[in-house]
Design a protein around this ligand. Sequence first.
Ligand code: PMT
Length: 216
Amino acid sequence: KPLNGKKILITAGPTREAIDPFRYITNYSSGKMGYALAIEAVNLGAQVTLISGPTNLEVPKNVNYYPITSATQMHEKVIEKFTDTDIVIMAAAVSDYRPKDYSKNKLKKETFNSIELAKNTDILMELGKNKKGKILVGFAAESINLKEYALEKLKKKNLDMIVVNEIGKEESGFNADTNKIAIIEDNGIIEELPLLTKSQCANEILKKIIQKIQQD
Ligand code: PMT
């Protein structure tokens, strides 16, 4: 199988940033895209580590599974597993911010009308600074200027490839079973794909990664 002997780290799902014991900040990610990648990568022979935020999905068979809740926990787990990895695919929707202070007691609605935020580490950007021969694949969830914004992220984060998906539509992006993606490589080649199931998208992404391994 084409990915025999390759170690792939895949992140999936949302993160939850706790405000108090009652509330948190999150996003609409269901985990479907990341889990489809994990399943297809196992089918292609890879050793898969799946680091996932909270989802309602069944854990895929034959993966090393690490559930996390917050962006800080995802950051720690990714860094721990990064050294022993050949390929990283960040499909998770990591929260860019967390509440600056966690309140141990439930905030009272009479006094609670704004939250001060602190910036989370950009995990992919940090990996891009230390990638040493590993293949780094990011995602970009965009609703306008898709390719332009994705290309900016590919360069800024020193990625080999970025998958841009259109969000804000029922059939694509968050929570859908299908996705409309374009795969952009660091050589500027863009492959725009039709609406596909997330499993088909996963296969197209992995096919591009396999081509890259064979070229290098
Ligand atoms: O889970 P589903 O419901 O199936 O939906 C799939 C998806 C839309 C969540 C997925 O396909 C997707 O686009 N994931 C990335 C969403 C996102 O966070 O995009 P971004 O443009 O904000 O971030 C760019 C890249 O940097 C991503 O690879 C992200 O994982 C990474 N990142 C972002 C912030 C951060 N603090 N650290 C990161 O590593």
